[in-house]
Design a protein around this ligand. Structure first.
Ligand SMILES: [Zn+2]
Ligand SMILES: [Zn+2]
Length: 263
């Protein structure tokens, strides 16, 4: 039954899972996922320096696609190398640029640097014609400002792990972006997010885990893993009044369209 499902975890960090005590290796993580109908994963790189290791970690897996970018919370980790990122994102396994964006919640002091790297990554995405994976927190206005000003509609993208309001979702939808829903949708206090998700058209929704963070109920508080995107998909299906099979099919088509992913 579950194996008939074809769900894609559109955002996870396979290089950040706990392979010391929790998982044997990446293959075991993916096996767990497949047992729950999760057939493909997009593993997101958060610094340029980590890309080679991520690539190696997943080199034998045709069911893992990659992205590469500099996360707004990592802008000070290393000097930004535009040419290197430009080269990395042209790798055929890389389907997106990011995650990039703005996070004023945790590190408002790096605002200027975050903005500069965000602008440059929008340029790279347009140059290689691959979509953007956007992280935004406490920076609604500026995130949309840079996306609109940078003509990000030319490459498209997704606001991942969406936790913002309907106004922001609407502005993102207006420039052709997708909205990705994580396990937060299952949290008791996420009523505003559920209202937003009810309004987002089905053909613009993605599902993700953001593993190892933000496990959905009933795993809340535990380390997350791609298998649990099943819970997100089920929850969202109920919210939208369709079957989990339909939700899996629709969100998989959306991922394939956005990331130009041939499976
Ligand atoms: Zn993020
Ligand atoms: Zn992430």
């Amino acid at each position: 039954m579950s194996n008939n499902l074809f769900i894609i975890d559109s955002h996870c960090h396979l290089d950040s899972l706990d392979y010391e005590t929790r998982h044997k290796d990446v293959d075991e993580v993916i096996e767990n996922a497949k047992n729950r109908g999760v057939q493909h994963l997009i593993s997101i790189c958060t610094t340029i320096g980590r890309f080679e290791a991520m690539k190696q970690l997943t080199a034998h897996r045709s069911d893992v696609s990659l992205s590469c970018g500099v996360h707004p919370l990592n802008v000070e980790d290393e000097p930004f190398d535009y040419e290197k990122l430009l080269a990395y994102v042209q790798d055929p396994r890389v389907v997106a640029v990011g995650e990039t964006g703005l996070d004023y919640h945790y590190t408002p002091e790096t605002k200027a640097l975050q903005q500069s790297l965000f602008e440059q990554q929008i340029e790279i995405a347009k140059q290689v014609k691959k979509p953007l994976v956007i992280h935004t927190r406490s920076a609604r206005e500026d995130t949309m400002h840079f996306l609109e000003k940078g003509n990000a509609q030319d490459c498209g993208g997704v606001l991942h792990c969406f936790t913002e309001d309907w106004n922001m979702a609407k502005r993102a939808l207006d420039i052709g972006f997708y909205i990705s829903i994580s396990g937060i949708i299952t949290f008791r206090n996420a009523e505003e997010l559920r209202d937003v998700a009810r309004k987002v058209p089905l053909d613009r929704l993605l599902v993700e885990t953001d593993s190892p963070y933000l496990a959905p109920i009933p795993y809340r508080g535990k380390p997350n893993q791609p298998a649990y995107v099943r819970e997100v998909c089920e929850y969202l299906a109920t919210l939208k009044g369709i079957s989990v099979e339909q939700m899996a099919e629709i969100t998989t088509q959306n991922v394939q369209r956005l990331f130009n992913l041939k499976l």
